[in-house]
Every structure is written in C-alpha cells, then in structure tokens.
Ligand binder design. Structure first.
Ligand code: FES
Length: 165
C-alpha cells in the first residue's frame, strides 16, 4: 500500500466516527485492524486529521496493551505463564524462545518471521506448559523442543544462512 493509499484509508476510517476526542480509541482499533499496527506515519496522519497531538495519541495508545507499534510477525508465538504452565517450566520455555529468536517478549524478529508474546492461561492447563504458534497449541513444551518447532515454522539456523550467502 502506498503512503497516499494509506492516508486515504486512514481518512476513511476516521470519517466513519464522530469527530470527537472520545472516538480516538475506536478509531485506533479500526486503524490497527485494517493496517495491522500503528506506525509512526499512521499516528502522524491521525494527529493531523483529528487535531490531537501525536504525543497525546501515543499516550492513549500505550496505555492499552492491545495496541501495537511494530508490524506483526508472520508467525505469532504465545507462551503461557499462567499458574499451571509457570510451575511446569513455562518461564524456561519462554526464555529459550527469547534466546533462540534473539528477541524479548513483545518484539518481532528482524526478518519479520516471528513475534513473541506472553499470555496468562489459555484454558488448556492439563497440557502445561503450553506454547501456541499461530493457532496451533503445542502441549508439554520444553526448551529442548523449541529448535525443532522454530525450524518447522521457517526459522533458518545461522549455519544455513551462512551457506546461502
Ligand atoms: S495456565 Fe497455561 S493453559 Fe492454563
């Protein structure tokens, strides 16, 4: 999508709401749903259209964890740290994902392939510890299973990367 198309889409989404400050959150929700995330350019455009400073928009948006400011990864990994998963090693599983992906919770890998999230109970505690990739639940996760799982979803090892260069 070009910048002009982006701007036109944002304008249309804003126009669907009443031109009031109270509309900011529903507008942010609509924009994120359509564009995937709130880029700096998107926030600037919203600021211009709504007459609200970009700082104020960031102030509101960062208050809610549902808003994101970086593009979503191709695959979303959610590691559960609810009580059942936590006591069965969920934190070690999360740590291993962070280590192998080279990112922290809330971040996306540089190649855009994976984003990592932490959740608190997915409702399948009997399978703890649980890690979900996209919509696929992986039961009884363990640090040693992670390399295989990531490879399955397209993570290339550094050695493979080096061979193709
Ligand atoms: S605590 Fe992890 S699924 Fe319930």
């Amino acid at each position: 999508m070009t910048a002009a198309e982006n701007a036109a889409e944002i304008e249309a989404l804003v126009a669907a709401h009443r031109p009031e400050r109270e509309s900011l959150i529903p507008i942010l929700q609509d924009v994120q749903r359509e564009l995937g995330y709130l880029s700096e350019g998107t926030v600037t455009e919203l600021s211009r259209l709504m007459g609200i400073s970009a700082n104020e928009i960031y102030g509101v948006a960062t208050f809610y964890t549902r808003f994101r400011f970086t593009p979503p990864g191709e695959h979303t990994i959610r590691v559960c740290l609810g009580t059942a998963c936590h006591v069965r090693g969920g934190r070690q599983v999360l740590g291993e994902f962070e280590s192998q992906l080279g990112i922290k919770v809330g971040q996306t890998t540089n190649d855009g392939k994976f984003e990592l999230e932490r959740v608190y109970c997915l409702g399948c505690c009997a399978l703890a510890p649980v890690g979900v990739v996209d919509d696929k639940v992986n039961a009884r996760m363990a640090p040693k299973k992670i390399r295989h799982l990531l490879t399955k979803y397209g993570k290339r090892d550094r050695e493979e990367d080096a061979q193709t260069q």
